[in-house]
Write a protein that binds this ligand. Sequence first.
Ligand code: NAD
Length: 456
Amino acid sequence: MEDFKELLTRQRDFFYTGKTKNVAFRIEALTTLAHIIRSNESELMAALKKDLNKSQFESYMTEIGILLEEIRFTLKHIKEWSQPRKVKSALAQAGSKGYIYPEPYGVVFIISPWNYPFQLAIAPLIGAIAAGNCAILKPSELTPATSKLIAELIARNFPKEYISVVEGDAETTQALLQEKFDYIFFTGSVPVGRIIMEAAAKHLTPVTLELGGKSPCIVHKDANIKLAAKRIAWGKFINAGQTCVAPDYLYVHSAVKDEFINALKETITELYSDNVFQNGEFTRIVSERHYKRLQKFLDNGSIVIGGRNDIDSLIIEPTVITDITWDLPIMQEEIFGPLLPVLEYDHDSTIIQKINDRPKPLALYIFSESKEFQDKILGNISFGGGCINDTVYHLSSPYLPFGGVGESGIGAYHGKGSFDVFSHEKSILKQSTSFDLPFRYPNRKNALKQIKLFIK
Ligand code: NAD
């Protein structure tokens, strides 16, 4: 294994040269990153096809295009974001001025998962570069072609002491975690998130944890059923359900359940054909272990759509399951695959109570035409973020910070959020020397009375 102590020392030495703090340097690095992505589009698509059978359309939309957009947005705003910001001064501090100086943390560690292996490694890197840090990246070992390509592209275009990719598994991450980083950004599962936070605590290193969990999707009786079915099918089956914010399960009002299932059947065929084994475009399950884990759920409840699967290609077709109860195995863990269990409800209070009984979800989706119903759910359930009358789409807005709450994560990024995550906000009060208000000093006549005029 590489000498990580030495790698960190080299990165820290480079950071202290001050080069990465120069905004022109950061702009150049982001421009290089965009160029790498553009000029290696076909290599990236080939790697994603090899690792996950991702179609070119999905690869572009969810891995390549989304990053180019994020870089474009960051380049547009980076000068403004990196300036010190003037803030108001308190009355008792008359004469002084307050400023917030964003400064980079130093050497940051980015650990990413396999489900969007390129996007989830590079999106945090954009924030780390924009904020002026050095970075070490550890992509997932479960998508080796993409991780290898990331390592090659970064090594070819950036000096190791600035940005470095370390390939490897849990053991490699553990070895790196022994070192003292200035910030750790982790995307992955809840159990590994705990391990990362525990390791970070030893050095008091701040962390962002982008985790997962079971994200509910509610279809109310007044929803636009056809659109709901289409947007749910898209958000659930994109990447074969291996999306952290995919609707994990549905809560459908019993008055519209049959109509909704029929609409879902139609829309699944329309979007994914009636034979995903032949069309060659449907993302596969990442590994045999995950395939078998999902296969076991197929005898939970009653399959009403799909259910076929093929171990040779590791493909499971879009599958919808009814007659679901909370005690079934499929409801005990994040599904992370193309299986969609459907629960029914009659009263709003049931969904609120059942969801609140469980860890706070990363995402939640509401399909309803009623503002009152939407507000009731938003006001009574805590979750990371989500959509009204859509699924998954919120994560692609640079104006919406993306992250979890409670067990689904700590911190948020995207857009300015990514710059902020990797910046410490240094608060500075600049004092005037042209006068010196006497009231704060002791040992004066009426000192207490005078200070009470300013501080009440
Ligand atoms: P994972 O937690 O198994 O692995 C993530 C990373 O951690 C990988 O790089 C892996 O090598 C490393 N790792 C694994 N075990 C480790 C250990 N014991 N010690 C140190 N490092 C370890 O997650 P995954 O299976 O790659 O990804 C799926 C999970 O990630 C799902 O739970 C999903 O919801 C979540 N996820 C969250 C987001 C988000 O933005 N919130 C995005 C994608 C995925």
